[in-house]
Design a protein around this ligand. Structure first.
Ligand code: PEP
Length: 252
């Protein structure tokens, strides 16, 4: 059975005090209102990982995640954070290849493959993002692009390693725009990604959680999460408001 995951990507938002209030609210609501076996992940800015993790204590429903890690092991890379450092803090998840990293920091498939390797080598679960920009969707070449993104950063992995990866399909045209993919568009792409994984890894593809991201809100989450191949969400803007985020968690 695949894990159901709702991950919030806080991006570069909130002061420490605001981050701690948000965490406290989410802890309270998840404990009271969320039933079942759903993992909630809070992907905070680097400086808040430790305080938020401390606040969570040994909460077994909510985990903390980073938004990026270095492709290097250690050394003279000023401003970078390694997977080894995250592992030393017991951070279980790291987002890799978010479209904002691809777009603003020039991260390409080969580099992301290295980051995935680093994360896995240190026991972290990578949340690997893929997705097409608007012009690619309009040109009708989105399937080719997304399968290429998956192959170039993940297909070097063994089947055992792949099973430790979570994939997030995030159409770039839906991120932060208020435009959500329809549930049919999401299901079609998730099924395509799973079929693509199966072409290389066979039945293992059935075990991989594939999250949808792109303007997920409390009022569209239920329909998206009801799709057979959608195993949860990666949530940006709506993860910054506790009530909205927990409504999304409840939708799964
Ligand atoms: C994201 O940043 O991963 C994201 C999906 O953002 P939003 O939910 O705001 O579209």
């Amino acid at each position: 059975m695949r894990n159901k995951i709702v991950a919030g990507n806080w991006k570069m938002n909130k002061s420490l005090a605001e981050a701690q209030s948000l965490t406290a609210e989410i802890i309270g609501m998840v404990a009271d209102e969320v039933k079942g076996n759903v993992k909630v992940v809070l992907c905070t800015p680097f400086p808040y990982l430790h305080p938020v993790k401390s606040q969570l204590g040994n909460n077994d429903r909510i985990a903390v995640g980073a938004q990026n890690c270095s492709e290097h092991e250690s050394g003279a890379y000023t401003g970078e954070t390694s997977a080894a450092m995250l592992a030393s803090m017991n951070i279980p998840y790291v987002i890799i290849g978010h479209s904002e990293r691809r777009q603003y920091f020039g991260e390409d498939g080969a580099l992301l493959a290295t980051k995935v390797d680093k994360a896995l080598a240190h026991g972290l679960t990578p949340i690997f993002c893929c997705g097409e920009p608007l012009e690619i969707r309009e040109a009708g070449t989105h399937e080719a692009l997304v399968t290429k993104q998956v192959a170039e950063s993940l297909f070097h992995l063994s089947a055992v390693a792949l099973q430790k990866v979570v994939i997030a399909y995030e159409p770039v045209w839906a991120i932060g725009t208020g435009k959500t993919a329809s549930s049919q568009q999401a299901q079609d792409m998730h099924a395509l990604i799973r079929k693509h994984l199966a072409s290389k890894y066979g039945a293992v593809a059935e075990n991989i959680s594939i999250l949808y991201g792109g303007s997920v809100k409390a009022d569209n989450a239920k329909e998206l999460f009801a799709c057979a191949d959608v195993d949860g969400g990666l949530v940006g803007g709506a993860s910054l408001k506790s009530r909205e985020f927990v409504e999304i968690v409840k939708a799964i």
